[in-house]
Write a protein that binds this ligand. Structure first.
Ligand SMILES: Cc1cc2nc3c(=O)[nH]c(=O)nc-3n(C[C@H](O)[C@H](O)[C@H](O)COP(=O)(O)OP(=O)(O)OC[C@H]3O[C@@H](n4cnc5c(N)ncnc54)[C@H](O)[C@@H]3O)c2cc1C
Length: 488
């Protein structure tokens, strides 16, 4: 079954378009957006056996507590809609809006016995659209979005929650989880690929806060995984990428007291970008973990740049740090915005408009400062419509070894996202030019269907171990897709 299933799914996937991308590119330039707190029930622990095999969709529909949406049903177009409109033309066979963990078991059992492609969906932001499988079953976790904060500061978060849900619910209890900026991004995809955000240097990646998870694996079993139970699977869930090993229904995270932060944004004049990058890379490397920053380069003739970020602390010490950056860059910013905020206010500031958008995104990893910063800027000089988002790593991200979790880029200086809404071919060419300068790695949450040597690029030396976990928990390829670790 393994070979035939993978072969069939590969053929289906080969025709799919590859464009996708990220509004994160412009997040610090955008205004705020409110996201309401979710109130759905927490799914009960599984006491239900996996449903028996059912060849037709009506059998699955009858078995579900939630709703099964088929192409002929009203609401099908809305139910299958992902973040990137690029994937609106894809036609999944069914969308299961699951209401419980046992619903997830029934879906996995059905997909396995009926031999249809299946993928979980949380926020629907997968760059190559892997949560929208053509002619397959989407397990939409959106109803499992409840956030429960316990007295010990851990939080149980339903795997369908989006970051806006998470931030609002945690803030109501004075807590926060270091995670990404876009409120509609799903907690699932973000965590399973690592999770980079404005508190990464202070507290680590989102996956570093994970205490345990509840997962339905390919055999339909509902497992509780942690350092003590199924430790191999728990390791793989922390950076091994969404969709590979099973369907997570709930995450339990450590949370931290929500800090007050100071946000900042400095826009530099065109022409100064290599000098600013040269100063920024040393500045961010030597700064305390309280500082997180990104540098966004916009292509053009010449390219321009902006430095933004967050400081865990007050405006006074941050202004001193910013003065140091400006002096080292030798360029005067045309705008300099600094403001103290609660953590929730800061996340709403960074949230942007979060409207759906067509994009293509890919990435490289910057291991260390460049001796010649122009090497990063030159590939977008004179190019149209491409943005480079250089997000700092370091700090607590580097407190772990590359093999401690599946996220391998622990000692790197930054991720470099290459993002476009209009010029995918140019972005791919920039990716390849930067690969020659920075090396061949990339960040799995900016998954690119056309990434050269993608297995090694996304997982480095963790790839063989991830393949072993994949084989162990999904030997028949039930969760197969074009970039499943078993194919790398
Ligand atoms: C606008 C935007 C902003 C972003 N900002 C950031 C950021 O600040 N930091 C960062 O690190 N990344 C960021 N990303 C990247 C983001 O982390 C990835 O795209 C992530 O995969 C999205 O997760 P999702 O749940 O929204 O997507 P989905 O498409 O729902 O899922 C992504 C993948 O995970 C699988 N999956 C989903 N749920 C589950 C589950 N419960 N169990 C197992 N597999 C599952 C899906 O099948 C799919 O393969 C951003 C992306 C976008 C588009």
């Amino acid at each position: 079954m393994t070979v035939s299933r993978r072969t069939v799914l590969g053929a289906l996937g080969a025709g799919l378009a590859t464009l996708s991308g990220c509004t994160e590119a412009i997040r610090a330039d955008l205004g705020s957006r409110e996201v309401s707190e979710s109130t759905g029930p927490l799914a009960p622990p599984s006491t239900v056996q996996p449903a028996g095999s059912s060849k037709g969709w009506s059998g699955l529909r009858d078995a579900l507590e939630g709703r099964l949406v088929l192409p002929a049903d009203s609401g099908y177009a809305a139910a299958k809609r992902a973040f990137n409109p690029q994937f609106d033309t894809r036609k999944p066979a069914a969308i299961a809006q699951v209401a419980s963990a046992s619903d997830v078991q029934r879906c996995v059992e059905h997909a396995r016995s009926a031999d249809v492609p299946v993928a979980a969906r949380c926020g629907g932001h997968s760059y190559p659209g892997y949560s929208t499988p053509a002619r397959g079953l989407i397990i939409d976790l959106g109803r499992l979005r409840h956030v429960t904060v316990r007295d010990d500061g851990t939080a149980v978060i339903g795997a369908g929650a989006r970051l806006g849900d998470v931030y609002a619910a945690l803030a109501a209890r004075g807590r926060c989880l270091p995670a990404g900026s876009c409120p509609t991004v799903g907690i699932s995809g973000l965590t399973l690929g690592g999770g980079i955000g404005v508190l990464s240097r202070q507290y680590g990646l989102t996956c570093d806060q994970l205490v345990s998870a509840r997962v339905v694996t390919a055999d339909g079993t509902y497992r509780s995984v942690s350092d003590q139970r199924h430790a191999d699977l728990f390791w793989a869930l922390r950076g091994g990428g969404g969709g590979n090993f099973g369907v997570v229904t709930h995450f339990t995270f450590h949370t931290v007291a929500a800090p007050r932060v100071t946000i900042f944004s400095l826009r530099f004049p065109p022409g100064s970008t290599p000098a600013v990058l040269g100063a920024w890379q040393e500045w961010v490397r030597s700064a305390s973990n309280q500082l997180w920053s990104n540098l966004v380069v916009t292509s053009g003739s010449p390219p321009s740049c902006r430095v933004g970020g967050t400081f865990v602390g007050g405006a006074g010490p941050l202004q001193t740090l910013l003065d140091r950056l400006v002096r080292a860059a030798g360029a005067t910013p045309s705008t300099r915005v600094v403001g103290e905020k609660s953590y929730l206010e800061a996340m709403r500031y960074f949230a942007g408009t979060a409207t759906r958008e067509r994009f293509f995104g890919t990435s490289r990893i910057m291991q260390r400062p460049l001796a010649d910063p122009a090497q990063l800027v030159d590939p977008v000089d004179g190019q149209p419509g491409v943005v480079l988002i250089v997000d700092a790593l370091g700090g607590k991200v580097a407190a772990h070894q590359p093999s401690d979790t599946a996220f391998p880029h622990r000692s790197a200086l930054a991720t470099v996202q290459i993002y476009t809404q209009t010029h995918a071919d140019t972005a791919r060419a920039v990716r390849d030019e930067l690969g020659a300068v920075l090396g061949g790695h990339g960040y799995v949450n900016y998954l690119d269907r056309t990434m050269p040597s993608w297995g090694k690029a996304y997982y480095g030396r963790n790839l063989p171990r991830l393949r072993t976990v994949g084989q162990r928990y999904d030997p028949d390829g039930v969760f197969d897709f074009a970039q499943n670790v078993s194919r790398a």
